[in-house]
Design a protein around this ligand. Structure first.
Ligand SMILES: Nc1ncnc2c1ncn2[C@@H]1O[C@H](COP(=O)(O)OP(=O)(O)OP(=O)(O)O)[C@@H](O)[C@H]1O
Length: 596
């Protein structure tokens, strides 16, 4: 318990900083004030039992015990009924004030804690390296950002409450020790053995907590895919079969929670009989071995009874904490992974392309043991239009993703103007590029916001919006809609065609007025005529910005300044369309297959 306590302390400290000490100090204060308040009941009982009740106000309690001596020696007041009443009231009032601040601070810090975790993870996630993201479990990301944060918050609440009840145990045990150390020691000794027994159950609780989190990740993963692939599953009648996987997961989650419930019930059922057994054993040893009377241990028995009540409370809080501690482990691991996978970022601000892009002996592999590129050399001049062609799997998209800074090259160098990409502030570079892929990104919002990325609707922005949608050959479609540019697109653009999605994505990049435009099968969903119209408009950008384009349909790349032919991760030939047609038999075959 102590190990876990400190292990998790550092987690809370990371987000709460000095606040965790304030929260703990207030919890301790509540405990101490409560303990002192209750301790004053002892002279009160003594006073009443020695007949003080009759003319209570003037009588004093016996002077035989520690608490009473405390009145005389430290407070320097007589332990009369009135004085005791006053002190009990005073300490419980002080406890009330401390309790108010303790509860207030716990609630405020709880919100603060949630906010800190969420914002810190969102920041880390934004700067998460793309290659790490490719390996990540989306269900886990989604689950950790939503349900797991709630569970971590519950963990925080139980953690602090167990400190608070733990503080009360400490206070009562200290009082009991000062009253009869021998008896108290025996009880503590017995409790220690009980704790060893309970450790088994705590371990199981932790284990099930981790299992629960894993199952919850899986559920989110299956759910995301069900939403994302709904159309396909519906069309193919596989919706029910796939739902079966989700149902299976729901049943597994229930099974984990049931097992957890059994452990909770065992702990709840065993706790009191075992504690009572320990106390009676201690009484027995005290009377028959140490030959003390029951009277001498009565006061410490009363104090220990309070201590044990709070000890049970602490254990309950701690077990509730452990029930959600798997989420805490997951959160710590998730955050560590995000931190480890942070994108390296240089400090040089990119303010526009001046010369061009250059790869020198560049080597790359998603797995270092399986290289996709070895020693690639490529120079792309500013405002050049370069097309990359080649068979499926040749490495075209990976090369484009390296050029746009999404993937870091391995060995060799990649220079943008005179700067190595590693030294550039990547965000400043990425702000000046357009990136359009086959699976166009469409947000669940209005057409205007989709194209302008939530730019304010000023006259100037609207003019640029119209220009971009015209260039992307989507203006007629938008103006034909009843809500025009305010028409809302469904999730992932479900209510528009694939070609319309692609044209909106193109319009968004054109709205940005970028330096370099990266297009990976960006017009693949368009019919020949529409594609020609879009291509003609993009052609107008020729000489104004650098364009790097991947297309299987070779008519799209006919007008490129240079075509790069790739095969199995190598650049096998380059040249203008006609030039390449003459010198490369592979390219010639590709052209002829497409009847160009
Ligand atoms: N995330 C990834 N992890 C591991 N390997 C990958 C990953 N993405 C691509 N690859 C591998 O890299 C190689 C090049 O893939 P890439 O997508 O760049 O080819 P491509 O020429 O663009 O193909 P296509 O025309 O089919 O899109 C392939 O062998 C592919 O299996």
């Amino acid at each position: 318990m102590i190990n876990y306590f400190f292990k998790y302390f550092s987690f809370f400290y990371k987000y709460l900083n000095y606040r965790i000490f304030i929260a703990i100090a207030l919890s301790l204060m509540v405990g101490v004030l409560d303990g002192i308040g209750i301790a004053f009941f002892i002279p009160l009982f003594q006073l009443i039992s020695t007949g003080g009740g009759a003319d209570a106000l003037g009588n004093t309690a016996g002077e035989s015990d520690v608490v009473t001596n405390f009145f005389l020696d430290i407070l320097q007041i007589q332990p009369t009924l009135l004085n005791i009443f006053f002190l009990i009231f005073l300490f419980f009032s002080l406890k009330g004030i401390a309790k108010f601040f303790e509860t207030y601070v716990r609630i405020i810090y709880q919100q603060y804690f949630m906010r800190k975790i969420r914002i810190s993870n969102i920041n880390l996630f934004s700067k998460f390296n793309f290659e790490q993201f490719l390996k990540a479990d989306t269900g886990r990301i989604q689950n950790t950002f939503s349900a797991e944060v709630q569970r971590v918050n519950v963990a925080y609440k139980h953690y602090l409450k167990s400190i608070q009840t733990g503080a009360l145990v400490f206070v009562y045990v200290s009082l009991a020790l000062s009253s009869d150390w021998k008896f108290t020691f025996l009880v503590l000794f017995g409790s220690f053995f009980l704790n060893i027994l309970f450790r088994f159950f705590y371990k199981r609780t932790k284990y099930y907590s981790r299992r629960y989190t894993q199952k919850a990740h899986r559920f989110q993963n299956l759910l995301i895919q069900k939403v994302h692939l709904f159309q396909y599953l519906k069309a193919t009648g596989l919706n029910d079969t796939y739902a079966g996987k989700l149902k299976e997961n729901i049943i597994e989650v229930e099974a984990v929670q049931k097992r957890q419930g059994v452990i909770d019930s065992i702990i709840a059922g065993l706790r009191e009989p075992l504690v009572i057994f320990v106390i009676f054993l201690a009484i027995f040893i005290n009377i028959y071995v140490f030959e003390e009377t029951l009277g001498t241990i009565l006061l410490s028995l009363l104090l220990l009874y309070r201590a044990i009540t709070f000890f049970i409370g602490t254990q309950e809080q701690w077990n509730s904490f452990l029930t959600v501690s798997g989420s805490l482990d997951n959160m710590a691991l998730f955050t560590a992974e995000l931190e480890k996978g942070q994108e390296d970022n240089g400090s040089i601000h990119f303010s526009g392309l001046r010369q061009g892009l250059e790869l020198n002996n560049m080597t790359f592999g998603f797995d270092v043991k399986i290289p996709i590129f070895t020693n690639i050399n490529l120079k792309i001049a500013k405002n050049e239009t370069v097309a990359i062609v080649g068979e499926s799997g040749a490495g075209k998209s990976t090369l484009l993703n390296i050029l746009c800074g999404l993937i870091k090259p391995g060995d060799g160098s990649y220079k943008i103007d005179d700067y190595n990409i590693k030294d550039l502030d990547l965000n400043s570079f990425k702000k000046r590029i357009g990136y359009i892929v086959q699976d166009a990104a469409v947000f669940n919002d209005s057409i205007y916001n989709n194209v302008t990325f939530w730019a304010p609707k000023t006259e100037e922005n609207f003019r640029r919006f119209l220009k971009a949608v015209k260039q992307a050959a989507i203006a007629d479609f938008i103006m034909g809609l009843p809500a025009k540019e305010d028409a809302v697109l469904g999730a992932n653009g479900i209510n528009i065609s694939g070609g319309q999605k692609q044209r909106l994505a193109i319009a968004r990049e054109l709205f940005k007025e970028v330096d370099i435009l990266f297009m990976d099968e960006a017009t693949s969903a368009l019919d020949g005529e529409t594609e020609a119209a879009v291509q003609q408009n993009i052609q107008q950008l020729h000489g104004q910005c650098t364009i790097i384009i991947i297309a299987h349909r070779l008519s799209t790349v006919k007008n490129a300044d240079r075509i790069i032919l790739m095969q199995e991760g190598q650049i096998v030939s380059t040249g203008k369309f006609e030039e390449l047609y003459e010198k490369s038999s592979i390219f010639k075959e590709m052209v002829e297959l497409q009847n160009l």
